[in-house]
Design a protein around this ligand. Structure first.
Ligand SMILES: [Zn+2]
Length: 298
């Protein structure tokens, strides 16, 4: 049975041994519970690669041959190079697959290294843990920003959180600076910029009790997600969409489905469905390992 190592790089480095679409043993964290949570932010790219090497080495110890190593990174990744990483800007331009691969070889670990976007790792993890490895899986993560991940891994770019969902000139709250973007409506940061006097929780609460400004925004928020999902359906076909992230608490599934139904009218495209899924690091680590294994097997 192939053994793979899955790694997620975010505020912490989370590493696990992935065997047969699941975790074997627990997860390793760096920094650990007592560690400085900003340790990675302050570290140069070489230092981060060094941490990855140590963590992979620790997880692989005593396991025999490792088939593949997958690392999920929050940012835009292509061909093993981190092209953009807003939360860890020092990684921009880092040839991570090459650097980590050679660092691991010096430890006697010859496994090929795959670097992937963290949301794509999440999508792969959902596919692996729900028995959908033969299907297309897409996931929206509703957090400070809006992430979009898809499985299976293919070449290209899909910054789904920046899907244009409105032509209104005043819609310019997206973290990337672009106009009319999904994240500019749904992102937590964007909502706080829009409602300077209210927290997002209060906005959705007020919408319930009939406040018309907040009620209108609640509709806009759901329409935006429906629009981006409809665009994905029209470009890639129907299928299963998952929602995760701390702001799934605002989702009114009936409202979302109603808007989506209005936006997707071609009958061969209507076999889509949306489901909320738990956002767990474990799922992402599994996805990184599984995705790396599939890439290495090609
Ligand atoms: Zn944007």
């Amino acid at each position: 049975m192939a053994k793979n190592v899955g790694v997620m790089l975010s505020e912490r480095v989370v590493t696990g041994l992935v065997v047969n679409n699941g975790l074997e043993g627990g997860l390793r964290y760096f920094p650990d519970e007592e560690g400085d949570e900003y340790a990675l932010v302050e570290m140069p790219a070489e230092g981060i690669v060094e941490v990855l090497r140590e963590q992979v080495k620790a997880v692989a110890a005593g396991q025999g041959d490792i088939a593949a190593v997958g690392v999920g990174v929050p940012g835009l990744v292509r061909n093993g190079v981190v092209e953009e990483a807003p939360n860890l800007p020092q990684l921009k331009g880092t040839r991570m697959a090459e650097m980590l691969g050679s660092a691991l070889r010096s430890e006697g670990i010859a496994a090929p290294v795959t670097i992937l976007n963290d949301a794509d790792a999440f999508a792969a993890g959902i596919a692996a843990t729900t028995g959908r490895l033969d299907a297309v899986v897409r996931v929206w993560t509703l957090g400070v920003g809006i992430g979009y991940g898809r499985y299976p891994a293919t070449d290209g770019v899909w910054e789904g959180g920046h899907t244009v969902v409105t032509l209104d000139d005043k819609e310019n709250y997206c973290g990337c600076g672009g106009r009319g973007h999904l994240e500019g409506i749904m992102g937590h940061r964007a909502m706080r910029l829009r409602f300077l006097d209210m927290e997002p929780e209060e906005v959705f609460e007020a919408a319930k009790s009939g406040d018309s400004r907040c009620g209108d925004f609640k509709k806009l928020w759901h329409k935006a997600l429906a629009a981006a999902t409809a665009s994905s359906v029209h470009l890639r076909g129907p299928g299963k969409f998952y929602l995760a992230g701390f702001n799934v608490r605002f989702v009114d599934m009936a409202m979302l489905n109603e808007y989506l139904h209005q936006m997707v009218k071609m009958s061969p495209l209507q076999s889509y469905s949306i489901e909320i899924v738990k956002d767990a690091q474990e799922t992402r680590v599994i996805g990184a390992g599984v995705s790396a294994h599939q890439t290495a097997a090609v």
